[in-house]
Design a binder for this molecule. Structure first.
Ligand SMILES: Nc1ncnc2c1ncn2[C@@H]1O[C@H](COP(=O)(O)OP(=O)(O)O)[C@@H](O)[C@H]1O
Ligand SMILES: [Mg+2]
Length: 238
């Protein structure tokens, strides 16, 4: 295996799962934009003929457990593209310039293979430059990432996610074609999602379950609470 192949095999892991955009609770506006992106991808020939650029570099931001990673997978499925998640530990090298080289190789891969390349929780790489805890290497990583985002022409998509958009460098932020905000569920959405999950886990929608989930602030936590209830119900007679 040559250097690039071994980097790619260590730094990318394919994520699969039969999730569709319809399975993700999304605000109407967010869903509309995602549908637009799918349409742009399918109609890219027409766009090109009109001299219009397709949007391909996306950042999803918002609190944890609200569907950013899930949406990246659902989007890839809608596009019938494989989703590759970047493993940061394998990208960040200990030698000077190594990380930039690795990033270049990752983007070269994304230029040659039509896929969705996911930089999940990019805060790990894209911390604000010049912050007190900063080290020189971090600066270089962010600069290299910005250059790749700016210069690469990718046939698929690059998606980054961030739980802490405030910690991302403004200049990095600007390199994305589109920033999509994911929100925590409202009270109404909490109740609705509890009901949906109770149905799918086959547990009764009790007052207690609704009370338990009412104070939760993410879809992931609600799902966990309903699953806990289902687990308890399944073992009730033991
Ligand atoms: N908006 C949502 N709609 C449906 N399920 C969700 C949603 N957000 C989170 N979940 C559930 O919680 C899990 C974790 O969500 P994830 O997408 O990883 O959150 P994030 O990336 O925003 O931290 C998902 O796999 C899914 O089961
Ligand atoms: Mg995530």
């Amino acid at each position: 295996m040559n250097g690039t192949a071994s980097l790619l095999s260590g730094a990318l892991s394919e994520r699969t799962g039969a999730v569709r955009l319809d399975d993700v609770v999304l605000r109407t506006g967010t869903r509309r934009i995602l549908d637009d992106l799918v349409r742009e991808f399918r109609g890219q020939g027409q766009l090109r003929a009109c001299g219009i650029r397709r949007r391909s570099k996306l950042i999803f931001h918002g609190p944890p457990g609200c569907g950013k990673t899930l949406t990246a997978l659902a989007l890839a499925n809608s596009l019938a593209l494989p989703l590759y998640v970047v493993r940061f530990d394998a990208v960040v090298g200990s030698y000077l310039g190594q990380t930039a080289t690795h990033l270049r190789q990752l983007f070269q891969f994304a230029e040659s293979a039509c896929c969705v390349l996911l930089f999940d929780e990019i805060d790990a790489l894209g911390k604000r430059r010049g912050s007190p805890s900063d080290v020189g290497e971090l600066d270089r990583i962010v600069i290299a990432l910005m250059q790749e985002l700016e210069l690469s022409q990718i046939p698929g998509f690059v998606v980054a996610t961030s739980n802490l958009p405030g910690s991302l460098d403004d200049a990095l932020w600007r390199r994305f074609d589109l920033a999509l905000r994911f929100s925590a569920p409202t009270k109404v959405e909490v109740t609705r999602f509890t009901r949906t999950k109770a149905k799918s886990f086959n547990v009764p929608l009790t007052k207690m379950l609704l009370a338990n989930t009412s104070r939760l602030q993410s879809y992931a936590d609600i799902e966990k609470a309903v699953e806990d209830a289902a687990r308890r119900a399944a073992l009730r007679d033991l």
